[in-house]
Design a binder for this molecule. Structure first.
Ligand SMILES: C[S@@+](CC[C@H](N)C(=O)[O-])C[C@H]1O[C@@H](n2cnc3c(N)ncnc32)[C@H](O)[C@@H]1O
Ligand SMILES: [Mg+2]
Length: 217
């Protein structure tokens, strides 16, 4: 089944998305730098870019940079005065991301290095953000949602990545802390009267997963 999911993704990406040597090189550089291939898929990157544009976002906050693949998708979609602030705990990942962002010719991205729990409190002066993409260590998703809400305004979009985890998200007894973090995150989203929220499962080149999409009322 997975082979077919990947084949469909390949077909859709090749048919719908323009060839993009900058992003191809970015992924190659990530691979050569031994980064894990856990970036969003190209069609999901394009979805993030579309969400930036549809929402008219100018200020984007990303939690979890890796090599900056999703960062570049969002940064490119911004208007001229827009910016992405992206948080990364791993100094090597952040260095590779910085190189990738320079190679992509972008000057609207700021990487803050350190555990997001430590760097988030320093972003108050930049808030509110218009779009917040949560894609880091999943056990901390509940904490990141609290910060996202603090740094939001009416209309802010909050996106949570990798919330299905091969279906394991339905298992309340899961010993996996990432699953437990995501389960608590989803419960918080569902119970928060400030949010309109949905979630979608996805299959494709990245397996079986999904994301949440919330809008602050
Ligand atoms: C799934 S990857 C991000 C993928 C990226 N958003 C993309 O799609 O191209 C998660 C990243 O979060 C980082 N990370 C893990 N724990 C973190 C923390 N406590 N604070 C900030 N970043 C963290 C990891 O080092 C990793 O680079
Ligand atoms: Mg992800």
């Amino acid at each position: 089944m997975h082979a077919k999911w990947s084949a469909v993704d390949e077909y859709l990406v090749n048919t719908l998305l323009p060839a993009d040597p900058v992003l191809d090189n970015l992924l190659l550089h990530n691979q050569q730098s031994s980064l894990p291939p856990i970036d969003v898929a190209p069609n999901q990157g394009q979805l993030l870019a579309l969400l930036v544009q549809i929402s008219g976002a100018r200020k984007v906050l990303e939690i979890g940079t890796l090599g900056g693949y999703s960062t570049v998708w969002m940064a490119r979609a911004l208007p001229e005065d827009g910016c992405v602030v992206t948080l990364e705990a791993d100094a090597h990942h952040a260095r590779v991301a910085q190189e990738n962002i320079c190679s992509a010719g972008l000057n609207n991205v700021e990487i803050r290095v350190g555990p997001a729990a430590d760097t988030l409190p320093g972003l108050a002066a930049l808030a509110p953000f218009d779009l917040i993409f949560i894609d880091a260590d999943k056990p901390n998703n509940p904490l990141y949602l609290e910060w996202a809400l603090k740094y939001s305004r009416s209309g802010t979009l909050i996106i949570g990545d990798n919330v299905v985890r091969d279906g394991e998200v339905t298992n309340p007894e899961s010993p996996d802390e990432r699953v437990q973090g995501v389960r608590k995150f989803i419960k918080m989203l569902g119970q928060d009267p400030r949010l309109t929220v949905t979630a979608l499962q996805t299959v494709g080149s990245k397996g079986w997963d999904g994301f949440t999409l919330a809008r602050v009322k």
